[in-house]
Design a protein around this ligand. Structure first.
Ligand SMILES: [Zn+2]
Length: 441
């Protein structure tokens, strides 16, 4: 049990896509259970909580933890294998790596994966495992131990997969339901389950319909992939001739809705965009992966303007890194590159928008913004402490004299794990750079 604590620092809070709030000398009070009691100016807050234990971060930035809305744990052993597009890369590098995700291998990989996320300031992650049920249990156990907030699912594939990963439809549904029953809502709601059909080409209609029913029965998430690569689109057209579009395949199976996270959505028509908006389906934008696998340039600005709920994702191993800083800046660069396309019609993605999508926007996309995504009274204290001095090229520059717009811009374009000093999830210190560092370098 923790004490009531008062964190003093430069508190930066995303408020909307184009807006943030700042308490230059701020105070945040958390209770014994890691719930935020108050956020405001330090002098006023300390008057109200004179007996709280002071944690002095007064020359540091305090901001909400980052949210990775799409990543693959077993693929962490096969990152940064450049040169192929999606379908060839899956067959040559990724499915064999997922075969190796035995419970024993998971016991080594999971702590490394979750601790690296925490070292980057990621406090929530939506994670795919592989088809192995027991390894998915191991992933949940390590998420529980490391303290990260996570939505995790066992991958499902009942066709068009290699023999060593292929499942029977009924067994796949039963195994996923078993893991869901054990873990959905565990650790006082910090761990959640996502039914995880890999993508339409490897899933039968019966499997997808079963997923829709089970997810609705348990109030669990659904996560899968949508419209990532042109060859994949062609394959989906051949496999589902009755569907009007790739998005319609999922709609017909009953998979769209506010608790469904679809990764990519690069090549989607205006009808599909409307269907995603009308059903409140969440999209995970994975710019580092989209560039790495040469999948395409996602029309982020246009989808945001339609009101879609969009978070950011690392998509490791399609993306080569778990770093949210690299993902935020890539989201901006992708849209900058789109300016040079002849049919470009969107606007800019600003650093403030990228930060919003990595925090409060991601929380909204996952339907968790009543708990996380910003630092406000009643929310759970998922936050990071950042050293802004490390962002400035001039050691003589005083970080607190720099405008918040400049700080955000520098954090996104120059930031990495070295600026994240502490990571807290629900008020619990899960990463302290002075004692752990980062495993990815
Ligand atoms: Zn993916």
């Amino acid at each position: 049990m923790q004490h009531v604590r008062l964190f003093r620092g430069h508190i930066l809070n995303p408020a909307a896509e184009d807006r943030y709030t700042l308490h230059a000398d701020g105070g945040m009070v958390t209770d014994e259970g890691g719930i935020i009691l108050e956020v405001g100016d330090y002098p006023a807050v300390t008057d109200r909580y004179p007996s709280a234990t002071l944690i002095d971060c007064s020359d540091r930035l305090i901001l909400p933890g980052f949210i990775d809305t799409h990543t693959h744990l077993p693929q962490y052993r096969a990152v940064a294998l450049y040169g192929q597009e999606l379908l060839e890369w899956l067959n040559r590098d990724i499915l064999p790596a997922e075969r190796e995700f035995t419970p024993e291998a998971a016991d080594t990989l999971c702590p490394l994966f979750f601790r690296t996320l925490l070292s980057y300031g990621v406090t929530t992650a939506a994670v795919y495992c592989s088809v192995q049920k027991e390894s998915t249990h191991v992933a949940f156990e390590w998420a529980e131990k490391t303290g990260i907030r996570a939505i995790i699912g066992k991958v499902m594939m009942d066709r068009n997969a290699p023999d060593f990963l292929l499942e029977n439809t009924v067994e796949s549904l039963h195994a996923s339901e078993e893991v869901c029953r054990k873990w959905h809502g565990a650790a006082n709601g910090r761990l959640l389950y996502a039914f995880t059909p890999r993508f339409a080409p490897t899933c039968s209609r019966a499997l997808m319909r079963g997923v829709g029913e089970l997810a609705s029965q348990y109030g669990a998430y659904i996560q899968t992939h949508l419209a990532e690569n042109p060859a994949e689109l062609q394959w989906v057209r051949e496999l589902f001739p009755e569907a009007r579009s790739y998005t319609d395949v999922y709609f017909r199976a009953g998979l769209l809705g506010p608790k469904t996270v679809l990764a990519h959505a690069i090549h989607v028509s205006s009808d599909e965009r409307c269907l995603l908006t009308e059903t409140g389906t969440c999209v995970s934008h994975c710019p580092t992966s989209n560039l790495f696998l040469r999948s395409g340039l996602m029309p982020l600005r246009e989808l945001l303007d339609m009101g879609l709920h969009i978070g950011l994702g690392s998509d490791v191993g399609g993306g080569p890194t778990l770093s949210p800083f690299e993902i935020m800046r890539s989201a901006i660069y992708v849209h900058t590159a789109r300016r040079f396309l002849p049919d470009f019609g969107g606007g800019d993605i600003s650093p403030t928008t990228a930060l919003y999508m990595a925090t409060l926007g991601g929380a909204k996309a996952l339907g968790l913004d009543d708990k996380i995504g910003s630092l406000a009274c009643g929310k759970e204290a998922d936050f990071i402490v950042v050293n802004p001095q490390r962002l400035s090229p001039l050691s003589t520059e005083k970080a607190m004299d720099i405008s918040p717009d400049t700080l955000i811009s520098r954090m996104i374009f120059r930031g990495d794990d070295r600026i994240v000093e502490q990571t807290y999830v629900r008020g619990v210190l899960c990463h302290d750079r002075s004692s752990h560092g980062n495993n990815e370098r």
